[in-house]
Write a protein that binds this ligand. Structure first.
Ligand code: NI
Length: 206
C-alpha cells in the first residue's frame, strides 16, 4: 500500500472524463482502492475519486461519518464504500445547499446546490451490483465524488461564487449566519393562544 499524491485543481486529469473499468475484480483495481483507502485515511477525508490520485478510471471511495448524519433524516453512518462505474439517478426535484470542500481544492470551501435525494448504483470489488438510496450528506458526498469522474469540481456546480472562499472565512460566514438565524428564531413572538383551546382549558379547570 502507498499514500498517493493528490492532483490539484488545474491538473488535466481532474477535468477529463474517466474511463469505465472493464473488470472491477481485477488485481490492479483492488490495489488502486487499497492505496486510495490509505491515502484517504492519511488525510481524514470523507471521499476520494480515482482521478484525484491521477488515475483516470471510474472508481470512487466514500464514507458517511457519524458526525455528518443529520438528525432530521433517516440517514445512517456509512462505512468506507468503494464503488466502480457508479451511476446516479436523482429522486425528485428537491435541491439542497450545503458546504463542501475538496482535497483537490485545498484550503477552500463553497456552498453547493445538490439533489437532496438520489439513487446510485455501481459495482463492488467482487463485481456485485450495488444499489442504494441516499439523502443528506450521503447523497452529497456521492454526487461530489461521481462528479470527479466526469471532470467536474464542486466550484463548477456553484451558482453564487460569493459563497466560495478560504475555509476559515467561509466557516466564519456560516457560523455568523447560523447565529443570526438562531437569534431570529428566539425573537419570534410566542404563538398566540388558540381561543378554543383556552376555553377547553377553562372548562377542564372548572
Ligand atoms: Ni473532491
Amino acid at each position: 500500500m502507498a499514500i498517493l499524491k493528490i492532483a490539484r485543481m488545474g491538473h488535466p486529469v481532474l477535468s477529463r472524463r474517466s474511463q469505465e473499468v472493464a473488470d472491477p475484480a481485477a488485481p490492479e483495481i483492488r490495489a488502486l482502492v487499497m492505496d486510495m483507502l490509505e491515502t484517504l485515511a492519511d488525510i481524514d477525508g470523507a471521499g476520494l475519486a480515482a482521478p484525484q490520485v491521477h488515475v483516470s478510471k471510474r472508481v470512487v471511495l466514500f464514507r458517511v461519518p457519524v458526525e455528518r448524519v443529520s438528525e432530521q433524516e433517516d440517514d445512517e453512518p456509512i462505512g468506507l464504500t468503494a464503488l466502480v462505474n457508479p451511476v446516479i439517478e436523482p429522486l425528485g426535484d428537491e435541491i439542497e445547499r450545503g458546504w463542501e470542500g475538496c482535497l483537490s481544492v485545498p484550503g477552500m470551501m463553497g456552498e453547493v446546490p445538490r439533489h437532496a435525494r438520489i439513487r446510485y448504483s455501481g459495482l463492488d470489488l467482487e463485481g456485485n451490483a450495488v444499489s442504494r438510496e441516499a439523502s443528506g450528506f450521503h447523497a452529497r458526498v456521492v454526487q461530489h465524488e461521481c462528479d470527479h469522474l466526469d471532470g467536474i469540481l464542486y466550484p463548477m456546480r456553484m451558482d453564487d461564487l460569493t459563497r466560495f472562499g478560504f475555509e476559515a472565512e467561509m466557516r466564519r460566514l456560516a457560523q455568523a449566519e447560523a447565529a443570526a438565524e438562531a437569534e431570529a428564531r428566539e425573537r419570534e413572538p410566542e404563538p398566540e393562544l388558540d381561543l378554543q383551546d383556552a376555553d377547553e382549558t377553562a372548562v377542564a379547570q372548572a
